[in-house]
Ligand binder design. Structure first.
Ligand SMILES: Cc1cc2nc3c(=O)[nH]c(=O)nc-3n(C[C@H](O)[C@H](O)[C@H](O)COP(=O)(O)O)c2cc1C
Length: 156
């Protein structure tokens, strides 16, 4: 089975998780960063995993557009959806719901909240300020939930 992971990332965490998922899946997996503005022909894949990260409450617009533009064809495939974010529990679930259209959430066979990372080396001045002020975090931290990646891969 051929699988596509279509993702968007700001500081690399979603991409890191995409590589982890790809390494754990038994079949061939192609990774495409939707920020690279390429045309992605999804007809050739049997399965598609769509992934992005949450910044000030929102997933990347490239992910929103990809879901909207390909919704009908995506619904005919095996679908997985995950986000990277630092909020947990109900807040993370709400962000997930807001990130992907209901039509796709309903048919997805695997859904994941993979946690996230604050990477100060990759943040700009404004991002550093926001993270320090709002999240009250002052240095880089990784909270990737490996167990959630494993559960996601198992379901997929
Ligand atoms: C400026 C900024 C705003 C963020 N806003 C949120 C947020 O609203 N909710 C949340 O759960 N995580 C938030 N995060 C945490 C990111 O989702 C986390 O850093 C994630 O791992 C980023 O993934 P990426 O490197 O693939 O973009 C924010 C991070 C930054 C730097």
């Amino acid at each position: 089975m051929s699988t596509l992971i279509a993702y968007a990332t700001k500081h690399g965490c979603t991409e890191k998780c995409a590589k982890k998922v790809a390494n754990k899946l038994p079949d061939a997996v192609e990774l495409k960063n939707l920020k690279n503005k390429m045309d992605v022909n999804i007809t050739k894949y049997e399965a598609v995993i769509i992934a992005g990260s949450i910044h000030t409450g929102q997933i990347q617009k490239e992910i929103k557009n990809f879901c909207k533009d390909n919704q009908d064809i995506l619904k005919q495939k095996k679908i997985g959806l995950y986000i990277c974010c630092m909020d947990e529990g109900e807040k993370a679930e709400k962000q997930f719901e807001n990130a992907f259209p209901e039509e796709l959430r309903k048919v997805a066979i695997a859904k994941g909240l993979f946690g996230g990372e604050f990477n100060f080396d990759k943040m700009n001045f404004v991002e550093r300020f926001l993270v320090k002020r709002i999240a009250k975090v002052k240095e880089s931290v990784s909270k990737i939930k490996e167990e959630n990646i494993d559960k996601f891969v198992e379901k997929f």
